[in-house]
Design a protein around this ligand. Structure first.
Ligand SMILES: C[S@@+](CC[C@H](N)C(=O)[O-])C[C@H]1O[C@@H](n2cnc3c(N)ncnc32)[C@H](O)[C@@H]1O
Length: 230
């Protein structure tokens, strides 16, 4: 029996935590009890199984540990996940948005194969082999208007990719959570200059930066922007 006391996050829907505020651990409630996705710890507390959510593996967990003001999670969100990889973060989202659908776009064949293997028992994840630079190319696989775009692709043109996908799929009151890796854009420029340049691309396309959060502690050269349409 686990001695870890798990409690609800004070604000974010279906996010759980344990430990003191200077050493918090995060969890999501396991949608598929008995199964883990990336060798994360499974913990039982009061008859419920939780999956530990590692901020060094998942930038969404890193963002949550940095206490964003926005309240961006609910049970029925329809999400477009750009850069799904083998399923680490998308599987935690799948634990949370139990009544929504998450379309996970990934262009590396090896990663999408692993994504399918790792998440085939999660009926709210739809893996799609596609290139996020061309949002129209996966339009035939997406049947819902999107409430939340989560983007984590280590590519140049990250803000442009977010705008293209948002213009295509996002509801007018939807949100984008965008991880920006400065060195994918320009390995020479200073990070701050790159972040400023990407923010300007979003603002010039009529998007508002609601929050800009530095997650360097967990992922080198990364910030996360929470963005909405103006
Ligand atoms: C940093 S990893 C994502 C990790 C993942 N978000 C997680 O937390 O579990 C970036 C992923 O984006 C994918 N990617 C990069 N460029 C892409 C593109 N143009 N279209 C689709 N996927 C892309 C890569 O293959 C890689 O799997």
């Amino acid at each position: 029996m686990s001695k870890i006391e798990i409690r609800s996050h004070p604000k974010l829907y279906e996010v759980y935590m344990s430990g003191p505020s200077d050493n918090l651990k995060l969890y999501s409630k396991n949608l598929i009890p008995g199964h883990n996705v990336y060798s994360e710890r499974l913990i039982e507390h009061k008859g419920i199984e939780y999956r530990e959510w590692d901020p060094y593996r998942s930038k969404l967990a890193a963002l949550i540990l940095k206490n964003p003001t926005s309240n961006f999670l609910s049970n029925s969100l329809n999400c477009l996940y750009l850069g799904a990889s083998s399923g680490t973060t998308i599987s935690h989202l799948s634990d949370i948005v139990k009544d929504g659908v998450i379309y996970g776009i990934e262009f590396a064949e090896r990663s999408i194969r692993q994504l399918i293997q790792n998440t085939s028992n999660r009926k709210n994840i739809v893996p799609i082999l596609g290139d996020v630079r061309y949002p129209e190319s996966y339009a035939k696989s997406i049947f819902k208007k999107i409430d939340l775009i989560y983007q984590d692709v280590a590519q140049p043109n990250q803000a442009k990719i977010a705008v293209l996908n948002s213009n295509y799929y996002l509801k007018s009151d939807g949100l984008i959570i965008l991880a920006i890796k400065s060195q994918s854009i320009d390995s020479v420029s200073k990070s701050e200059k790159v972040y400023k340049q990407e923010k300007e691309i979003l603002e010039n396309a009529s998007y508002e930066i609601v929050e800009s959060i530095n997650i360097h502690k967990y992922a080198a050269n990364h910030i996360i922007l929470i963005v909405k349409k103006k």
